[in-house]
Design a binder for this molecule. Structure first.
Ligand code: ATP
Ligand code: MG
Length: 659
C-alpha cells in the first residue's frame, strides 16, 4: 500500500531512442551541453535569463532589475523598468534586419487552393493599419479587446495590432457558445469585440456572428463590434455598433504607419482562459517582457528553429499553443509560420501530410488527440505524401500514450526524427518540461527533462520531495519569465490555485513521477487520481496500457465507487476503425492491462465509446466521465467547454445499459 500522499506507478515502459547529436548548427548539440547550460541556469538564474532576454528581443530601454518575486504574496516581476513592444519585436525589427520580403505567415485555408502568404512587410502594414483602426475607434493602451474569429489571417493581424497599441487581447476560441463568450467578455470588460460571420470546418459552415449578437446583448462594456466575413453568410449588422473589417481598413484616413506604444515589461500583453478540463476556466494573464522572452526562448531551443525553417503548429490560435507557437514565438524569431484553418481529417485523413509536403514543412507540432485520431484511420494515409522535409516533430496537450508516440515515430518520423513531447500549461506561457531535439535521449510517453531555467520537483502532500519513480505533485520552485502574473480580476483565486497548496512553489495541478534518470512522466491530473484499495493510481498509465492493445485508439479511465476497494477502475475505450465491439474483446483488454501493468490496474468495467467528451482544445474531460459513473449526471458541473455535448448523452445511455 502506498502512503496517502503519493501516486503509485505501475509503468514498465523502458524504450530509449537516442537523438542525432552534434548536428551542425543545432542550438544545443548534446546532453552534456544541455546539462552544463541547465546547471548554469539554476545557479545563476538571473544571469541566464538576462542573457536570453537580451539576445532574443529588442528592448527600447533595458531593464533595471531582472527579477523580483515573492510566491507567498504572490508577486512576480521580470525585467522591471525595461521597455519594449511585442508587435515591434515580431515585425519592425525583422523588416530592418533583411527579412522584409520573407514569408512570415503562410495561411492555408480550408480548401487546398486557398493560400495566402504574408511577408513581414505585408504583415507589418496590415497590423499598422488595423492598429490605426482600433485607435480611431477609441481603443487606448490598457483597454481590452476580445477576438472571436476562425483561423484566418485577420486573427493574427488583430492580435498584433492590439499589442502594438498596448491593448491586451483576449482570444476566445471560435467553437465556444454565446454564453461562454459572454462570460469571457464580461470577465475582462472588453471595449471592442471582433467577430466573424462564420467558421469553415471540415466542409461545414458554422455561423459565428449570431453568437456574438446573443452575447453582446449582455455585455455592457462593448462599444463596437468589428465583423470579418469569411463564410459567405448573410451578416446582420447592428446599427451604431457593428462595422465591417474591410470598410474600416480601406478608409482613406487610415495610415500604413502606426508608431508602436512603448510598454513596460510588466504591462499585460494578453488574457487567455484555460481549457477548462478541471472546472471553471481561469482568465490567465501574461505580461510583455517575460512572456515574449519565454515564447522566443522555448521556440528557438525546443524546435531548434532556424531562419529557413517552415514551422507548423497545428493548434488553434484560440489556445495558448497557438499564441506562443504560431504567432509570438516564431514571429519574434523571424521565422515562417503556417496557419492552418481546417481539421486533420478534411477532405481525408492525409490532409496534414499533404500540407507538410506542399510547404516542405520542417517542424511539425500537434496534439495527442490528433495523432490518435489519425492512428485510428490506419497507416495508409501517412504513405501518400513525401514527408522528407520534416526535421522535428512535437506534441502537446495531454500525456501521449507510448503507443501513439511509436506510431508517430514510425509513420511520420521515419523512425529517426526527434519528437519533442512538451509539457506546459496556459499558465506557463511556454514549454516547461521537454526534450531538446538534438540533445535529449527520448523515452516514449515522457516529457523528459526540465528546460534550462526551470527548477521543477515532484513532492508529496506535505511538499517533501519524493524518491525516484514515486508519483506526486508536480511543482515549480522558482519563477520563470513566461509564468502567469495573475488571474484577471481574481487575485485570491490566483493565490489559492497556484501558491497555497505547496507554499513557496508554483503548483501545476498535474501528477508526475521522476525516474532514476531524472526523466519526468506525467501521470495525469491530480484531481483524476483513482484510489483502488488504498493504491493511488494516475490515469495516464492505465489509459496507455489500454492504448497499447492493437484494437484500441483511445481510452479514458475514472474511479467508480466500490464497496470494498473504495474505488474501482471504469474504462471508456475507443476502438480503431476496423475493430468491432464485443464481449471477448472486453475480456481480452482486461487481461491485456493485467499483463502490461498488473492486476491492480485491470478495469472492473469497460465501456466502448465511439467518442469521448473532450474540451474544445481536444483534452479528455475525465471530470464528466467520473460524474457518470458516480451516477451524478444531474450535476455535471461546468460543461461549457465541452466540444460536443451529445457525446455525454450517448455515454450515459451506454453506462445505464451496462450497470
Ligand atoms: P483547466 O486548467 O481550466 O482545467 P487545462 O488544464 O486543460 O484547463 P491548458 O492550460 O490548456 O488547460 O492545459 C494544460 C494541461 O494540459 C496541463 O496541466 C496537462 O495536464 C496537460 N498537458 C499539456 N501538455 C502535456 C504533455 N506534453 N504531457 C502531459 N500533459 C500535458
Ligand atoms: Mg489547467
Amino acid at each position: 500500500m502506498t502512503e496517502e500522499n503519493k501516486i503509485e506507478s505501475l509503468s514498465t515502459e523502458n524504450r530509449l531512442f537516442n537523438p542525432p547529436t552534434n548536428v551542425p548548427g543545432a542550438c544545443i548539440k548534446s546532453l552534456e551541453e544541455y546539462k552544463a547550460i541547465y546547471d548554469r541556469s539554476i545557479n545563476d538564474m538571473e544571469g541566464f535569463w538576462a542573457e536570453r532576454a537580451e539576445e532574443l528581443l529588442t528592448w527600447d530601454k533595458k531593464w533595471d532589475n531582472v527579477l523580483d518575486y515573492d510566491f507567498d504574496k504572490p508577486e512576480i516581476s521580470w525585467f522591471e523598468g525595461g521597455k519594449l513592444n511585442a508587435s515591434a519585436n515580431c515585425l519592425d525589427r525583422h523588416i530592418k534586419n533583411g527579412r522584409r520580403n520573407k514569408a512570415a505567415l503562410i495561411w492555408q485555408g480550408e480548401e487546398d487552393h486557398e493560400v495566402k502568404v504574408y511577408t513581414y512587410d505585408m504583415l507589418h502594414r496590415e497590423v499598422c493599419r488595423f492598429a490605426n483602426v482600433l485607435k480611431k475607434l477609441g481603443v487606448k493602451k490598457g483597454d481590452r479587446v476580445t477576438i472571436y474569429l476562425p483561423m484566418i489571417p485577420e486573427l493574427a493581424i488583430a492580435m498584433l495590432a492590439c499589442t502594438r497599441i498596448g491593448a491586451p487581447h483576449s482570444i476566445i476560441f471560435a467553437g465556444f457558445s454565446s454564453n461562454s463568450l459572454r462570460d469571457r467578455i464580461n470577465d475582462c470588460e472588453a471595449k471592442i469585440h471582433i467577430t466573424g460571420d462564420g467558421v469553415l470546418r471540415g466542409g461545414r459552415s458554422i455561423p459565428l456572428k449570431p453568437n456574438s449578437d446573443e452575447a453582446l446583448k449582455e455585455c455592457p462594456t462593448v462599444e463596437q463590434c468589428i465583423v470579418v466575413p469569411r463564410a459567405n453568410n448573410e451578416i446582420e449588422m447592428v446599427e451604431g455598433r457593428d462595422r465591417l473589417w474591410g470598410e474600416l481598413m480601406s478608409d482613406p484616413e487610415i495610415s500604413d504607419d502606426c508608431p508602436y506604444e512603448l510598454m513596460d515589461s510588466e504591462d499585460p500583453l494578453f488574457i487567455l482562459y484555460t481549457s477548462g478540463s478541471t472546472g471553471k476556466p481561469k482568465g490567465v494573464f501574461h505580461t510583455t517582457g517575460g512572456y515574449m522572452t519565454y515564447a522566443a526562448h522555448t521556440c528557438q531551443w525546443v524546435f531548434d528553429l532556424k531562419d529557413d525553417d517552415v514551422h507548423w503548429c497545428t493548434a488553434d490560435i484560440g489556445w495558448v499553443t497557438g499564441h506562443s507557437y504560431i504567432v509570438y514565438g516564431p514571429l519574434a524569431l523571424g521565422a515562417t509560420s503556417i496557419m492552418f484553418e481546417s481539421v486533420p481529417t478534411y477532405p481525408d485523413p492525409a490532409r496534414f501530410w499533404q500540407v507538410c509536403e506542399k510547404f516542405r514543412v520542417n517542424i511539425f507540432y500537434t496534439a495527442p488527440t490528433a495523432i490518435r485520431a489519425l492512428m485510428r484511420e490506419g497507416d495508409q494515409w501517412t504513405k501518400k505524401y513525401d514527408l522528407s522535409s520534416l526535421r522535428i516533430l512535437g506534441t502537446v496537450g495531454e500525456p501521449i500514450n507510448p503507443e501513439a508516440w511509436m506510431w508517430y515515430h514510425e509513420n511520420i518520423g521515419a523512425e529517426k526524427l526527434p519528437i519533442v513531447d512538451t509539457w506546459w500549461q496556459t499558465e506557463t506561457g511556454g514549454h516547461v518540461l521537454s526534450p531538446l531535439p538534438y540533445a535529449t535521449p527520448l523515452k516514449p510517453g515522457s516529457a523528459t527533462l526540465p528546460l534550462p531555467g526551470i527548477d521543477a520537483s515532484i513532492v508529496d502532500r506535505h511538499g517533501k520531495e519524493v524518491g525516484p519513480n514515486e508519483g506526486g505533485f508536480l511543482v515549480i520552485n522558482k519563477p520563470w519569465p513566461g509564468m502567469l502574473r495573475g488571474v484577471w480580476g481574481a487575485p485570491e483565486r490566483f493565490k489559492k490555485q497556484y501558491f497555497e497548496g505547496f507554499p513557496g512553489t508554483y503548483e501545476s495541478g498535474d501528477g508526475a513521477r521522476k525516474d532514476a534518470d531524472g526523466y519526468f512522466w506525467i501521470m495525469g491530473r491530480v484531481d483524476d487520481v483513482i484510489n483502488v484499495s488504498g493504491h493511488r493510481l494516475g490515469t495516464a498509465e492505465i489509459e496507455s496500457a489500454l492504448v497499447s492493445h492493437h484494437a484500441v485508439s483511445e481510452a479514458a479511465v475514472v474511479g467508480m465507487p466500490h464497496e470494498v476497494k473504495g474505488q474501482s477502475i471504469y474504462a471508456y475505450v475507443t476502438l480503431k476503425a476496423e475493430f468491432d465491439e464485443d464481449d471477448d474483446l472486453i475480456k481480452e483488454l482486461r487481461m491485456h492491462v493485467r499483463k502490461e501493468i498488473g492486476p491492480l490496474a485491470s478495469p472492473e468495467v469497460i465501456q466502448f465509446a465511439p467518442s469521448l467528451p473532450k474540451t474544445r482544445s481536444g483534452k479528455i474531460m475525465r471530470r464528466i466521465l467520473r460524474k457518470i459513473v458516480e451516477g451524478d449526471t444531474s450535476n455535471l458541473g461546468d460543461t461549457s467547454t465541452l466540444a460536443d455535448p451529445s457525446v455525454v448523452t450517448d455515454l450515459i445511455e451506454g453506462y445505464e445499459e451496462i450497470m
